[in-house]
Design a protein around this ligand. Sequence first.
Ligand SMILES: Nc1ncnc2c1ncn2[C@@H]1O[C@H](COP(=O)(O)OP(=O)(O)O)[C@@H](O)[C@H]1O
Ligand SMILES: O=C(O)C[C@@H](O)[C@H](O)C(=O)COP(=O)(O)O
Length: 335
Amino acid sequence: MAEVSAESGEAVGRGEGVIAVAGEALVDLVPADVAGQFVAMPGGSPTNVAVGLVRLGAPVRMLARIGAGAMGDRVRDHLRRNEISLDHTVEAAEPTSLAIVDLDSDGVAQYDFRIDGTADWQWTDAELADALEGDVVALHTGSLAITQQPGADALFRLLERARPTATISYDPNMRPQLMIHEQARERCEAVVRLADVVKVSSEDLEWLYPGRSPQDVVVDWASWGPALVAVTLGGDGALAATAEGRTPIHRPGMPIELVDTVGAGDAFSTGLLAGLHRRDLLGANRRKALRAIDESDLDQLLGEAALIAALTCARRGANPPTAAEVEEYRRKVGR
Ligand SMILES: Nc1ncnc2c1ncn2[C@@H]1O[C@H](COP(=O)(O)OP(=O)(O)O)[C@@H](O)[C@H]1O
Ligand SMILES: O=C(O)C[C@@H](O)[C@H](O)C(=O)COP(=O)(O)O
């Protein structure tokens, strides 16, 4: 395990290996300051996680099918600008998916999608053949890419292939308007059973299991195999349960001036994965150590994830902070 600095209480040093992230690379249309206008911002839940990880200094491999035309070019530019290689992406002939964002008066985002026949969901096994070559210690996926057919099954087989060597990380990021409830729940539960780390929002759980409390589901899921299950609760922070623990721990949210919640959940996943990477807790050979994470380390990890999420909520769209921005914020507030 990485050493812990007596000064900050944080793990010092860095884990080895690359975090692979698989899934949609699309364009979010985010409401602009001028009423009725939108700003086109490259996004897609897994893409947001990949960008956030690179900005925090973690080595990333992006597995995405990126569409044709100007929108696809924008997405490719976004990845290049964030120093993410296109080597494991597919330049697809199909169009790029669009997510149209609506914000309520509190800045909480709702999504509408244009995804018919778009590039993201057309994975084949052949396109993913080299996805795990080299030192891949974790594979993160979720959201639409693991539920929308025909590509979702190829991605699921990739998770099965990755499991003997890599930590599997999953964010269901449910989109009810695009999913059939029973099928989505079955797929979600199958991925939870394969995963080591699961991050899910309380909103997703309400849709998946109406009437059940997040506390109840999180303990249940943690008994199915994952070492760590975290449930995000919007401004109320997050809950987390471990495979070994009984009572979930709660980490309150951080007070911020909210601009919008676009990418908040992805930023939380980013914080979790970056923290696990830095603590050298990723990779199948670290599974035992990950399962043994203690309560105070877990609490600290949730705090790091909440900070990344809060800083993302404080600016427009899915625009996660860099390590330097996180440091600057910490210096400012004296933490
Ligand atoms: N109003 C808020 N104030 C501070 N942090 C927030 C706020 N809303 C969300 N967050 C942070 O973002 C995380 C994810 O938000 P949540 O809304 O639960 O997920 P999602 O964006 O996936 O729906 C929360 O756990 C919290 O850390
Ligand atoms: O991939 C999607 O479903 C839409 C994304 O483009 C969007 O940026 C998003 O997923 C944000 O998710 P959140 O982190 O749960 O807010």
